[in-house]
Design a protein around this ligand. Sequence first.
Ligand code: UT7
Length: 329
Amino acid sequence: MQKINAAITAVHGYVPDYILTNHELETMVNTNDEWITSRTGIKERRILKGEGLATSDLAVPAVLGLLEKRGIGAEEIELIIFCTSTPDMHIPATANILAHKIGAVNAWGYDLQAACSGFLFGLTTGAQFIESGKHKKVLVVGGDKMSSITNYEDRSTCILFGDGCGAVLLEPNYEGNGLIDSILKSDGSGAHSLYLKAGGSLRPASHETVDAKEHYAYQEGQTVFKAAVRSMADVAGEIVERNHLKPEDIAWLVPHQANKRIIDATASRAGVSPEKVMINIERYGNTTNGTIPLCLWDWESKLKKGDNLIIAAFGGGFTWGSIYLKWAY
Ligand code: UT7
C-alpha cells in the first residue's frame, strides 16, 4: 500500500486590528521600549478589543480565509483540532463553537491544551488521522486571546503576550511531502513555573481567587527561559541529527515566538543561519498557540514545494518538541 503522509495544503491567519505598542505599555507599567526590545525582541502585539469576543472569533476569519484559498466548503472538513490555552469557555470545546460559526456541519472536533507547544502537538495528532486513512481533511487551528489572561499591572508578563490565530489544513500526500518526523515531550515538574493558579478544579473561581489575581498567567521568567533555551534548542538539534539533515538541507526554521534570544539559541543549535529563521515576534509578541501557524502564514509566499522545515516549540507544562516536515505546495 502507498504510504500516506499528512501534508499542509493551505494556511491562513488572523490578528486583530488593535496594536499595543511598547510605548503604550510604558504608560501602563514601569517599563520601557529599550528593555522590552533588548530582552524579548517584541515591539508591538495585537489585542482583540470589544465585548463578547473570544478566541473563536480570532479563528473564524483565519479559517474562512483558509477555505477560500483552498477552494473548499466548510462542510468538507471532517475534523477540527483547536489548539488553545484560552478556550471561549471551559465547556463546550471551542472546536465545537468554531464548527458552528463556520458551518462545518460534518466535522467532529476537540480542543487540545499543551500551552505554547499546543500547535505542534495538534499538528502531530491531526496527522495521525490522515496517515491512518481515517480522514482526508483535518483542520488544525492554533489561537489564543492571551489578553484575556494577562495582568496589565504585571510588567514581567504583560509585555510578552498578544492575541492571534492561525490555521492549517492537513490532507493526504502521496509524493513524500508533509510531516516526516516529530519528537514531543512533556515534564509536569515544571507545572508551577508557568500557569494559571485558579479557575480549574484545584482552585475554582471565588472572590478570593479574583482578588488575588489568580486568573492571570503567572510565570517565573528566568526558570522558563533557561528550560526553553535548553529544551527547544536540544529537541530541534535532535530532529535534525536523526534525519541526517545538513544545514544546507534546511530551508526554514519555524520557532515558537516567545523570546528572540530563545529563537537565536535554537537556530544556532539546529545549525540554521539567521536568514532562514521565521521571526515575527516584533509584530505579534507571544500569541501562544498562534505563533507557528502565523509564521507559516506570513512566510507562505516564500515557501516552495519540497522545502525542509523544522518547527520547534517550548511552553508551560513544561511541554516542548520539534517537527520535521516537507512543504507540499
Ligand atoms: O512561551 C512560553 C514560554 N515562555 C517563555 O519562553 C518566556 C521565557 N522567559 C523570558 O523570556 C524572560 O525570562 C523574560 C523576558 C520574561 C524576562 O527577561 P529576563 O532577562 O529573564 O529578566 P528578569 O526576569 O531576570 O528580570 C531582570 C530585571 C529585574 O530587575 P532587577 O531585579 O534586576 O532589578 C526585573 O524586575 O528586569 C526587571 N524587569 C523589567 N524591567 C523593565 C522585568 N520585567 C521588566 C519590564 N521592564 N517589563
